[in-house]
Design a protein around this ligand. Sequence first.
Ligand SMILES: [Mg+2]
Length: 281
Amino acid sequence: MKIILFDIDGTLVNAGGAGARALNHAVEAMTGHPEACQSFQLQGATDKANFENAFRAGAGRKPSKKELAELTRRYVARLPAEVLASVKARKYMKVKGVEKFLGKLSGRRNVMVGLGTGNLKEGAFIKLEPSGLLKHFAFGGYGCDSHHRSLVLEKAVERASKIAGTEIKKGEVYVIGDTHRDVEAAKEAGYHSGAVLDGFGDEREIMRSNPELIARNFSDMSPWFIWLGLEKDPKGVRRGTYICPDSPIEHAHYGRTGADLKDIDDRMKQLRNAKRKVTGR
Ligand SMILES: [Mg+2]
């Protein structure tokens, strides 16, 4: 069984700032502050954390439990209108290739596709509605499950396990996101991690977080399928020779460095020959 968890914002869709606008609207209604979301980094955090930060930016203090509940209610009530506004302004977009990729994954046996997102469950569904992608997701972990993204992912896996009626090993879980926070959460939970660069993440921070696979988007599906272990690498990487043998990681390593161990061996031989010429031994 393979469990593949997708982040939403920047990984599946770009909702054209609908979430930030809805949150700004909710904070303004409660505190009078119009642009609360401009003062902190929304991307890659859970909604819960973002709501607290936004309220703090507006009111200058932490929200009470009651205030947080009201902020959440106002956000969810406003979000459909903001998503619709993005669609109308043609600012709502699917990440390139994602529809086809999900279609192919959904047709596979022993593959379960779910959400692993910082969005509240309701917010997740509202944001995905215009994309037509919702049909691919039978379960998920959401921002309402926890502040911590790694716990959100674990919750998704727990739900997948219930649906599948079988235990799921950590090595069977693949997390796809668009920020270093997605990658870090996946690693914290002990899952595989892949990242797209076409989302909201900072490219250098994504590189630094060192996911197993980095791709622009899903327009070329083959690196993704190889990483997932669903396709063989046509370049024929030698199996069982990497640090983590016989796993998708070696493919990801190959994809990122372009270097098979054979290439490295060959270059070492060239170097030794060159050294012999210089030193005479
Ligand atoms: Mg994202």
